[in-house]
Design a protein around this ligand. Structure first.
Ligand code: AFP
Length: 325
C-alpha cells in the first residue's frame, strides 16, 4: 500500500519548522473545509437544481448563479467559525464582510470563479489570498498589495486539486484522495525548457488588445500551443504545470468604445494578485498593462480590476518590454 503525506501533516511540519503559530492552521482548515463543501455542492448541483440563476446581479454586473451564492455562504460560514478572520473581501459582496473583530487575518476570495463554466459542469476556481493584520501597529488596513500576502491558493473545483503558495516557502500542489483528504504535497516550479510552454488568452478578444500586445501575439503565436477554458484557476493551473503565459490584456480597441476595459477585466485582490503570488513562489512573474509587477499594485478599492500577464519569466519579461515600449 502507498500512503501519502496529508495537507495537515504538511502544514504542521511547516509551522514547526518556521516557528509559526497555530492560528494559520485553523484558517487553512476552514478554507479546505469550505472548498470540500463547495466541491460537493458543485458535483451534486445538477441533480439538486442548484446551478440556475438567482435573478440577482452582483457588484460587477454579472448574473448571480445559485451556485455562487451557495459557495459564498459556505465560505463565510467557515471563515466565521474559524474565529481567525477580521474581514473578508469577496467577489460576491459589494461591501467588506466583517467576520470577527479579534481576527488576525484579512482574506480576499472568489468562491466560484469562472461561472460561465458552471452550466457545463466544467472546472471553476475557489481562489483566495491572505494578509495578516498588523498586530503591533495602529493600522489595520484591508487594502493590501499582493506583496503583503502571506499565502495565496486556488482549488480547481471539482477536480480535487489545490495549489497553495506560502510566502518565501514555495508553491505546492495537492490532490484529493479517496478519503477526501488533500495529500501528496508536490513542489511546483515553472518548467524552464520552453518546449512544452503554452499560451492562454481569450483569442476572440485579440483585435481589442493594444497594438503592442497584438504584435507580440503575432510574433509568438506559432511557437507555442494555445489553451483556454475561461476559468482563471483552471487555465493558470495548466500554465503552472507546463510553463508559458496566461494573459488577460486590457481591452482598448473594442468596436463599441463603451465596452473597452482599460483597467482589465480580472479583479486585483482575489484573482490577479492570487495567481501572481502563486507564480512568483514558483519562479515566475506577473505584470499588469503598464508592465509593473501585479504584486506591487496598491489597491484603492475592494473590487479593483487589473490586466494580467502571468507565467514563465522569459515570456513575461518579453511582453513587459512590448508593454513599456
Ligand atoms: P466569470 O466568473 O464571470 O466567468 O469570470 C471568470 C474570469 O474572471 C476568470 O476566471 C477568467 O479567466 C476570465 O474571467 C474569463 O473571461 P472571458 O470569458 O472574457 O474570457
Amino acid at each position: 500500500m502507498q500512503f501519502e503525506e496529508t495537507v495537515m501533516g504538511f502544514f504542521l511540519n511547516h509551522q514547526e519548522k518556521h516557528h509559526r503559530t497555530y492560528h494559520f492552521l485553523i484558517l487553512m482548515d476552514a478554507l479546505i473545509s469550505a472548498a470540500k463543501h463547495i466541491e460537493h455542492y458543485y458535483l451534486t448541483g445538477t441533480l439538486k437544481g442548484n446551478i440556475g440563476l438567482t435573478g440577482n446581479v452582483n457588484v460587477h454586473g454579472d448574473d448571480v448563479l445559485q451556485m455562487d451564492q451557495i459557495a459564498q455562504e459556505i465560505t463565510v460560514h467557515y471563515l466565521r467559525s474559524s474565529g481567525r478572520v477580521i474581514h473578508a473581501i469577496s467577489e460576491e459582496s459589494d461591501e467588506i464582510v466583517p467576520i470577527n473583530e479579534d481576527g488576525r487575518y484579512f482574506v480576499y476570495f472568489d468562491p466560484l470563479d469562472g461561472s460561465s463554466n458552471v452550466p457545463h459542469g466544467l472546472p471553476v476556481g475557489f481562489m483566495f489570498g491572505i494578509a495578516k493584520r498588523n498586530l503591533d501597529g495602529h493600522e489595520d488596513y484591508h487594502l493590501r498589495a499582493g506583496r503583503d500576502y502571506i499565502a495565496a491558493g486556488m482549488f480547481v473545483i471539482p477536480t480535487g486539486t489545490f495549489t497553495l503558495a506560502l510566502k518565501d516557502a514555495g508553491t505546492w500542489r495537492f490532490h484529493i484522495d479517496e478519503t477526501m483528504e488533500f495529500v501528496r504535497p508536490t513542489r511546483m516550479m515553472l518548467p524552464e525548457n520552453p518546449k512544452g510552454w503554452e499560451l492562454s488568452f481569450n483569442s476572440a478578444n485579440r483585435p481589442t488588445y493594444s497594438k503592442a500586445v497584438q504584435s507580440w501575439i503575432a510574433r509568438n503565436e506559432t511557437k507555442y500551443a494555445f489553451r483556454y477554458i475561461g476559468a482563471l484557476a483552471a487555465d493558470f493551473h495548466r500554465t503552472l504545470s507546463t510553463g508559458g503565459m496566461f494573459m488577460y490584456p486590457a481591452i482598448v480597441n473594442h468596436p463599441d468604445p463603451k465596452k473597452n476595459r482599460p483597467q482589465g477585466k480580472l479583479r486585483l485582490m482575489y484573482e490577479a494578485a492570487v495567481v501572481s503570488f502563486i507564480c512568483h513562489e514558483a519562479g515566475g512573474n506577473g505584470v499588469d498593462e503598464t508592465g509593473s509587477p501585479v504584486l506591487d499594485v496598491q489597491p484603492r478599492d475592494l473590487h479593483q480590476r487589473s490586466a494580467l500577464y502571468v507565467g514563465s519569466k522569459p515570456l513575461v519579461d518579453d511582453i513587459t518590454r512590448s508593454l513599456k515600449s
